[in-house]
Design a protein around this ligand. Structure first.
Ligand SMILES: NC(=O)c1ccc[n+]([C@@H]2O[C@H](COP(=O)([O-])OP(=O)(O)OC[C@H]3O[C@@H](n4cnc5c(N)ncnc54)[C@H](OP(=O)(O)O)[C@@H]3O)[C@@H](O)[C@H]2O)c1
Length: 318
């Protein structure tokens, strides 16, 4: 986990001066944490934003977050629709409702994620981290391709993590059936898959104008860590011995800076399959000293192609 000392820019700093009027953005998990701050920035720049959230009811937390965003940004085109990435049926219903509107999708921010869960399976029998963080986003993106293609130039931002440095991707055992289950390895596997997915998607759909990059947002105390024990939070530096948050952590708004940069930066036109952090292209880790940047195997095109094939077979798409 990369813990950096503020000041780091916020998503609002990054989006300043950008006009996204006429653009449609889809943000998964956009009702809390880094996703919510991503939506706030895109909405302030004038985008129409569709938040995918498990419970879209107006009376629920996501509905309240969207209402608050409409009020605080003055952008009435912020809506919530039901999306459970742990259910392929829900993913299909969410995507098909968007496709029915026949509007292009210019930005897809694959942000939702879970971490540190005990052993479990999604509705379709996938290991939960891989199922929600990668396979759900894979199925969603593939289903939305007609709307992404029709945007002319679409950007897919896959929110990954420096946790991919733990490795863990085993395409012969994606659901931990033949190795001991470890929640952090399961998370790392899914985050490696996020990076490889951006590579494979770009390789297949660059000619359609669809480019994907993966982003490391940096460490921020959010709902993501809700399943970590107090001991683990202390051990990884999220909190101090007295339980108070590490002051060097980013805020969610700072965590959203690089996802928003990936969505709007003009200098990224034509860039796909890259790993971004701190609002810049990251360097590959040279294996010396503490892990930083990205592991070269997380952007390996051959591994990415194999992940695509395995993912397509699992979710039943081409
Ligand atoms: N925070 C960090 O330090 C950090 C570091 C590196 C990477 N990241 C990445 O940043 C992204 C955002 O995380 P965050 O820190 O903002 O955490 P967060 O506040 O917990 O946000 C995660 C979002 O994902 C949603 N979600 C979880 N399971 C879902 C499902 N099955 N279907 C649809 N949505 C689901 C959550 O909705 P519910 O409220 O319904 O659960 C929540 O809105 C994640 O991909 C995470 O891996 C975060």
């Amino acid at each position: 986990m990369t813990i950096l000392t503020p000041p780091a820019p916020t998503a609002l700093d990054v989006v300043a001066g950008h006009d996204l009027t006429g653009r449609t953005a889809v943000v998964t998990g956009g009702a809390s944490g880094i996703g919510l701050e991503t939506v706030r920035a895109l909405a302030l720049a004038g985008a129409r934003v569709v938040i995918g959230a498990r419970d879209p009811r107006a009376a629920g937390a996501a509905g309240a977050a969207a209402a608050d965003l409409r009020k605080s940004t003055g952008n009435q085109a912020v809506t919530v629709a039901a999306l459970d990435l742990g259910s392929l049926r829900s993913v299909r219903e969410f995507a098909d409702a968007l496709l029915e509107q026949r509007d292009p999708v210019h930005l897809l921010i694959a942000n939702a994620g879970v971490m540190g869960l005990p052993p479990g399976r999604t509705a379709d029998g996938f290991e939960t981290h891989l199922g929600v963080n990668h396979l759900g986003h894979f199925a969603l993106t593939v289903r939305l391709l007609p709307a992404l293609r029709s945007a002319g130039h679409a950007r897919v931002v896959v929110v990954g993590s420096s946790s991919h440095h733990l490795g863990g991707l085993d395409l012969d055992d994606p659901h931990f059936e033949h190795r001991p289950y470890d929640p952090y390895l399961a998370y790392a596997q899914s985050k490696t898959a996020n990076a490889l997915f951006a590579v494979a998607l770009t390789g297949r759909h660059r000619a359609d104008g669809v480019l994907a990059n993966t982003v490391s947002p940096g460490a921020a105390l959010t709902g993501l860590q809700r399943h970590l024990s107090a001991e683990t939070k202390l051990a990884v530096g999220l909190v101090g011995p007295d339980g108070t948050p590490n002051p060097r952590l980013r805020t969610a708004a700072q965590g959203a800076a690089t996802p928003v940069w990936a969505a709007v930066a003009p200098e990224l036109a034509g860039t796909g399959g890259a790993y971004l952090e701190d609002c810049a292209l990251a360097e590959p880790w040279d294996g010396q000293g503490p892990p930083r940047g990205y592991l070269p195997e997380a952007l390996d095109p051959e591994r990415a192609a194999r992940l695509w094939d395995v993912s397509a077979a699992l979710v039943g798409v081409g």
